[in-house]
Every structure is written in C-alpha cells, then in structure tokens.
Design a protein around this ligand. Structure first.
Ligand SMILES: Cc1cc2nc3c(=O)[nH]c(=O)nc-3n(C[C@H](O)[C@H](O)[C@H](O)COP(=O)(O)OP(=O)(O)OC[C@H]3O[C@@H](n4cnc5c(N)ncnc54)[C@H](O)[C@@H]3O)c2cc1C
Ligand code: FES
Length: 510
C-alpha cells in the first residue's frame, strides 16, 4: 500500500510532445508540474489523466488500456479516460483530468479540468428511500453510488460494526503488521457521510425485515420504513467448537475492533498459534511475524490453499511462510486450548499466549431467511441482484448470483466483487436493470508477494503453469473441459488484466 506515489518521470507534457511519440491505442507517461500524467490516444481523440490510481496508488502506466478506459495493474480498478471517473471498484475517487490541445504535430497538456456533476435521476425512476443493512464493502459502495448516480432521496446505512465502513482487507495485512496508520483504514471520513446526506447508524443491528409493510426492525424495536432495501450483511467467522475456544486470548478477525484487539494482545504476547491456513489465517501469520512473535499454524489440510490455487502455488505459499520462520502443523486439528498452549489432535502441545482462529466464514443470512427471502447457500439473487422479494436486493459475501461465465450460481468472498455488487445493486435500485456480470477478482499478499486471481474455479481438471512458480513469476490457468475458468498470477500484473479481459469476452460469447 505504501509503494504508490510515483516520482514524476517522462517528458514535460505541458511543454508539448510530438504526436509521433504517442502510438494509436497506447499511453505515454509524462508529467505536468509535479504530477505524473498519462497521455492516451484513441484515433483522433487525446486524453490526459493522473497516472496514479486513486485506490492504493498503483502505476496506471503499467496497467491495461481498453478503448477509452484504463485498468490498474494492482487490484484491477478501471477508470474512464475521458472523465477520470472510476468505473469499477476498488478505486472510489476519480482521476484528475487535463485538457489536451493538438497544434500541428505537437500535443500539449493544458489546465486541469473540473469534475463533471452526476446526471440527475428521473423523479419517476427514483425510490423515496433506500435502506442498506451492512456497513461493509457492498453497503458502503451502494450508498456512495446512489449519490454519484444523482439520487437525491433518503439513504440510511445501518451497521452492526461500531466503526464506519473500513478497508477490511488491510485489517489482516499492513494494519495488523503495524505498517498502515489508522487514518488509512476508514473508506471515507465522517464528514463524507454528512456531506452526502447518508445517515450512518453504527453499532446498530437489524433484527427483522417485514416485507409486507416494507419495514426494517432494529434492535430495541424501532421500525425503519424503506422503499428499496439492500441486504449487505456479509459473512461471519465460523466459530470453532473446541474446549477453551472462548478463552480471552482466543481471537477471530472480521472487524476493525477485532484487528485492534489482536494488535493489543500481540503487544504482550511472544507465541501465537493460528488455527486455519487460508487467506486470513496466513495473512495474520505474516503480520504477527512482522511483530516478531513466534508463529505456529495448525490446519487439517496437507498444503495451504491448494484447494484454491492448486498444489504448486500451495507449496510456494507454505515455503514463503517457512522462510519467515512460521512453523506449520499440517494434517492436524485442535483438541483443546488452555491459557498457555494449544493441544493438537496428535496430543502434541504448542505454547501460545495468543490464538487466532481463521477457519472460514458463513454468509450472514439469518435476517433474510427469517423474512422468507429465498436462500440457496447464501441469499439467492437474480442477475440484477434482486432477491425473491421485489424491492429487496442483496450484494457482497452474502449473495449468490447466476455467474454467466461458469454457468453456475456462485457466491464469493472477495472485496472487489462485494464493492462492485454494491455499485451494481445501487443502480438497479434506481431502476437501471444492469446485469451483474463482472469477472470475479481477488488478491492476497504474503510477505510482499501478491497473488492476483481472476475468474472462479471451484474445481478443475487441468492446471497450466507458464513461467516459474518458485521464482514468483508465473501465470497459472485453471481449466475444466478445456475451458479456462480462472487465472492466478504472481509478478505478472499485466497478464492478469489481459486474462480478465479474455474471461469477460468469453463470458459474453457464452
Ligand atoms: C481480515 C480480512 C482480510 C481480507 N482480505 C481480503 C483480500 O485481500 N482480498 C479480497 O478480495 N478479500 C479480502 N477479504 C474479504 C472481503 O473483506 C470481503 O469479501 C468483503 O468485506 C465483503 O463485503 P460485504 O459488504 O459483503 O461484507 P462485510 O464487509 O463483512 O460487511 C458486512 C457488514 O454487515 C454488518 N451486519 C451484519 N449483520 C447485520 C445486521 N443484522 N444488522 C446490521 N448490520 C449487520 C456487519 O457489521 C458489517 O458491517 C478480507 C476479509 C477480512 C475479514
Ligand atoms: S492500487 Fe489501483 S486498484 Fe488498487
């Protein structure tokens, strides 16, 4: 996250560059004053935008140009080159744009242009009020999108979290490791919600949905009427039913409060046992190593994350952690936890004054289920993210949607997908009828090594590896019946973006 700000390099675009330097459909990295600027050409049209992604500062010059858009190499945000507007999460802010002038064969980047105001929503298409349950990725992005689409009515965002919507992926990474300051964590500052007239009700749990009168009941009995409702309740960590599992030094990680309490505990701990070996568990292991704790990982599988990435990447992930002195106890489960140790299924005891359990999550469907909304291993939604009840939508970790590419109904637990579904659901609540067909994307980071993954493959019958996994320079394609379902890359960000586009194209042709 910290590598973002690039020192401006390349030609001074204000002084002009020869049009010959700018190939068709290419981009040219230059500078205007002290800002890195990307100049792009599409036919006779020229665009100039900030070269730094507004998410974590990714270098857009290393991204993928597609027509009048540019995609970021780090986490696949996509921006409109004409307006700078972020078309796809995870970026939420627009890029700066400059006016470009061509004189003869020279192109000059002139003054900055001001941002365009959102187009107003037609009154007959707008609901009177929108209520969103869940202050996570999907809920926040839905609220923000309603306003950026010009919706002027009432928006209420109800969240059981005591903190405002935050950058959840950071909670197991830089923030937990002590490398990200507190101010990086909220997605938006408090004044954003005031200015945007988004009523944020934190530390408040919704207890029932009454679909007849269109009311949401909150704890304490208050009824909140809605015209459109978005359920974005995410997922909850699976609790481990084991003796000692409720001791005070045993933690789970989902919220900012959870991450803070692990940090607090780590300050007084020397030895940590992590139970589970998937994304969050292993990111926690890496962050606690950064805090110099002795770290043991206990999990039943033979190789970490092999069910997601295959054996080769699983081995790489394990060796990355072992190089950083994480000790694995694979093929083991936990029999019990006491204040000073964890006892494994084979009877071995591992000393621990801090235990973090990361054994997966379950979609938070109780609210929807009790209201009679259709459930299918998550909340079942249409391609427009609407549930079985008209006017009630669902998005994010909780939603299972018909995925065009695989032809299956899928539910994923990815930050970017949740944000994009929130955005899509917002537009659909405004009556836009936008099919959600984004190709899923997620990333995971272990000691600075980032794995980017596009697509979705629950199972595969062929894995093709290009490059060398052990050199952290590879592209791994997961295929079923000859069809590429997903692609993971390390050190090949541009190839990850190209694979995303290919998957999008094959999806459209499906
Ligand atoms: C530590 C951590 C690291 C992660 N790292 C990555 C990563 O690197 N890459 C990646 O792609 N994904 C990552 N993820 C997954 C990603 O964060 C989730 O996919 C994403 O947050 C899902 O968004 P959501 O809006 O569906 O749910 P959430 O973000 O979980 O938000 C759900 C919200 O609903 C609220 N809520 C639930 N029930 C109620 C109720 N009854 N009333 C009111 N409010 C309620 C919760 O309090 C919460 O605010 C990570 C997750 C965690 C926990
Ligand atoms: S830095 Fe560009 S999408 Fe994250």
């Amino acid at each position: 996250m910290s590598e973002g700000a690039s020192v401006p390099q390349g030609p001074d675009l204000a002084a002009g560059v020869a049009i010959g330097q700018l190939a068709q459909d290419a981009t040219l990295l230059g500078r205007v004053g002290d800002q890195a600027v990307l100049l792009a050409r599409a036919g006779e049209e020229l665009f100039a935008v900030s070269a730094t992604c507004t998410h974590y500062g990714g270098p857009l010059a290393e991204g993928l140009r597609c027509g009048d858009t540019i995609r970021c190499p780090w986490h696949h945000a996509c921006f409109n080159l004409r307006t700078g507007v972020p078309l796809r999460a995870p970026a939420l802010n627009a890029l700066d744009c400059w006016r470009v002038e061509r004189r003869g064969d020279t192109v000059y980047v002139r003054e900055k242009r001001s941002a365009a105001a959102p187009a107003p929503v037609a009154p007959d298409g707008a609901p009177r009020s929108v209520v969103i349950v869940g202050g996570g990725a999907a809920g926040h992005c839905a609220a923000e999108t309603l306003r950026s689409e010009g919706y002027d009515g009432s928006i209420t965002l109800i969240s059981a979290d005591t903190a405002a919507p935050c950058d959840r992926p950071n909670l197991s990474k830089d923030y937990l490791a002590g490398n990200a300051p507190e101010e990086w964590i909220p997605l938006r500052p408090a004044e954003f919600y005031r200015e945007q007239r988004i009523e944020l009700r934190l530390g408040m749990r919704a207890t029932a949905i009454r679909t007849g009168p269109r009311e949401l009941e909150l704890e304490g009995g208050e009824a909140v009427p809605y015209d459109r409702l978005l359920i974005a309740t995410g997922a909850e960590p699976v609790r481990l039913d084991v003796a000692g599992g409720d001791l005070p030094h045993v933690h789970y990680l989902r919220s900012l409060a959870d991450s803070r309490s692990i940090i607090q505990a780590a300050e007084h701990a020397a030895r940590a046992v992590i139970i589970g070996a998937s994304f969050i568990a292993l990111e926690v292991a890496a962050s606690l190593r950064a805090r110099k704790l002795e770290v043991h990982v206990v999990a039943p599988e033979a190789l970490p994350m092999a069910h997601i990435f295959g054996a080769e990447l699983g081995r790489l992930i394990q060796s990355l952690h072992e190089e950083h002195e994480v000790r694995f106890h694979l093929g083991s489960t936990v029999r019990s936890i006491d204040p000073a140790s964890v006892t494994l299924s084979n009877g071995a005891r591992v000393g621990a004054d801090l235990v973090v359990i990361g054994v997966g999550v379950r979609p938070a469907v109780r609210l929807a289920e009790a209201a009679g909304i259709g459930i299918d291993r998550g909340i079942a939604v249409s391609p427009y993210l609407e549930t079985s009840v008209a006017g009630v939508f669902a998005a994010g970790d909780v939603a299972r949607w018909p995925d065009r590419h695989s032809g299956e109904s899928i539910r994923v637990e990815h930050w970017v997908v949740a944000e994009r579904q929130g955005q899509s659901a917002a537009r659909n609540m405004l009556g836009r009828r936008e099919r959600f067909d984004a190709v899923p994307f997620f990333w995971s980071v272990h000691y600075g090594v980032q794995i980017n993954y596009v697509g979705h493959a629950d199972s595969w019958d062929q894995v093709e590896i290009e490059g060398r996994v052990e050199s952290k320079d590879c592209k791994v394609s997961y295929r079923r019946a000859g069809r590429t379902l997903a692609v993971a890359t390390i050190g090949r960000d541009l190839e990850s973006l190209r694979s995303e586009v290919e998957l999008e194209r094959s999806q459209r042709g499906a």
